[in-house]
Design a protein around this ligand. Structure first.
Ligand code: D5M
Ligand code: FE
Ligand code: ZN
Length: 471
């Protein structure tokens, strides 16, 4: 198998530079002949080889999509679809996760049952094999290699990532417990170990091409309003509301932490201007009431909202929704909605706390990079049993089954936007200024920003409503 340096050199020999996606594609296909195929088909004067130059990777849309009436459609996570959390369902939950994610991995790279390797390793020693499993353990060996226990429906095996293979080793450092990965490599003589050569994740296909609305339409995205907190920025919110009234925005999406809630953290009472939960939602509802009625408004909950914290979180109950106008649709967290055919995955983002603590180099400042890590794993909450409570149920709703055009999250209170293989990842900041907790955690928020997306072009714009400091 060619390594990255060899592939880069082969292109350089042709006087060409190659985009990193092209290099990883060739590595993944394990077919050095592809380099010649690609170089022979390049338009004259090409300097940089991009993914579009890969002959088999013509842009392709993920299935058919029809515009429907009404233009706002709830695809997944409509109110009332999150079932109860029942620990007896935990094994079915993981089986469903494994089935969904392993089939994505296997579609990209062939895979054999782990049991075949552990029972008859001699048959496979000389050849490269692929296996796909759920990560049930991960540790660093005394020699400084990484060992991951991988489990499929037939058995389990210890997979070794050698620290000598620098690129692969670095990639293996980001392997998370309970994620589903494929690994290419070969077994040890006794079938006790599997020596890894390459990691295959479910990922977004690199030829994914996002759907764009045929009709004009603009959507605005926000999150983390935190009504009731003494740091809620009322003046900034009013500037935003005024701007919305004058704009041609058709949709407003709000991804959780609508209110600050009560009893969310120790001592919160001292930081609340509204200490009653019904009143917090009533005030938020009156703010929403002042927004244009022509807009469709989609609202999902977050970890500060008054609803079960285990994800998928149910939609807000009628006790609070009754205060809101009729143009509001309440969905679960996560939810997939379609705006004129453009699909938006809304997820508040509690699992950022877990992923940032586990992935080397991940940070709150660059949360959209963490969203990319979720897309690669096709999962919103890869690791079970840390800070993000996950509801055990027969199906794993946290799997990113359908590929959205827009992936909208919040929670970190820092605005960000990035594109990953045709998926626009946006994090929509907050409407509260820095809290004492965030000060302690060294989190500097970017308050009073919204992100607007043109549904015809998928171009985004960051809108800033922060008032200049007075005095
Ligand atoms: O989250 C507000 C901010 O605080 C956001 O940047 C995430 C961060 N946060 C929240 N909970 C934790 C924990 N447990 N550890 C570290 N950082 C955290 P909000 O959900 O609005 O309170
Ligand atoms: Fe928040
Ligand atoms: Zn939050």
């Amino acid at each position: 198998m060619p390594n990255e340096r060899e592939i880069v050199q082969r292109f350089l020999d042709h006087g060409l530079m190659a985009h990193p996606e092209v290099i990883s594609y060739i590595k993944e296909q394990n077919n050095p002949a592809l380099i010649d195929t690609i170089t022979s088909g390049l338009p004259e004067g090409t300097v940089v080889v991009s993914p579009a130059h890969i002959p088999s990777a013509k842009p392709e849309r993920d299935g058919m999509r029809f515009l429907s009436d009404p233009v706002l459609e709830i695809i997944e996570g409509a109110a009332g679809t999150a079932g109860p959390s029942n620990l007896d369902d935990a094994s079915r939950y993981f089986r469903d996760r494994y089935d969904k994610l392993s089939s994505m991995v296997k579609a990209r790279s062939p895979s054999m049952p782990i049991e075949a390797l552990t029972k008859t390793p001699s048959r496979y020693m000389e050849q490269e094999c692929g296996i796909t499993g759920i990560v049930s353990d991960k540790k660093t060996t005394k020699n400084g290699n990484i060992m991951v226990e991988l489990e499929d429906t037939s058995g389990n095996i210890r997979v070794l990532f050698s620290s000598k293979k620098t690129d692969l080793f670095r990639e293996s450092e980001s392997i998370l417990l309970d994620e589903v990965i494929g690994v290419k490599g070969s077994p040890s003589k006794d079938g006790m170990f599997f020596f890894a050569e390459q990691i295959i994740r479910p990922d977004i296909p690199r030829n994914n091409a996002p759907y764009k609305s045929k009709e004009p339409g603009k959507a605005v995205f926000i999150s983390d309003v935190h009504v009731g907190s003494n740091t809620f920025l009322e003046g900034e919110w009013n500037r935003f509301a005024d701007w919305l009234s004058d704009s041609d925005t058709s949709y407003l999406l709000i991804a959780g932490d609508l209110v600050d809630g009560i009893g969310i953290y120790p001592g919160q009472g001292d930081e609340l201007t509204i200490k009653n939960i019904d009143e917090q939602y009533e005030v938020f509802a009156s703010m929403v009431n002042d927004l244009p009625m022509r807009m469709e408004i989609v609202i999902s909950p977050g970890n500060h909202d008054a609803i079960r914290g285990a994800e998928p979180q149910p939609a807000l109950p009628e006790r609070f929704t009754r205060f809101f106008p009729s143009n509001c649709t309440f969905v679960e967290n996560p939810a997939m909605v379609s705006l004129q055919g453009v699909r938006v995955l809304m997820y508040h983002g509690r699992s950022f706390d877990d992923m940032i603590s586990m992935i080397p180099g991940a940070s709150y400042e660059r949360s959209t990079d963490v969203m990319v890590e979720m897309l690669k794993r096709r999962h919103l909450t890869p690791t079970y049993g840390r800070r993000t409570p996950i509801a055990a149920s027969p199906t794993d709703r946290m799997v990113i089954s359908q590929i959205p055009e827009i992936f909208h999250a919040g929670h970190v209170h820092i605005t960000g936007a990035t594109d990953y293989r045709g998926v626009l990842c946006i994090n929509t900041g907050t409407w509260q200024s820095q809290t004492s907790f965030q000060k302690q955690m060294n989190i500097t928020p970017t308050p009073a920003q919204a992100i607007s997306v043109d549904l015809q072009t998928l171009q985004f714009e960051i809108l800033d409503f922060l008032e200049p400091p007075s005095g």
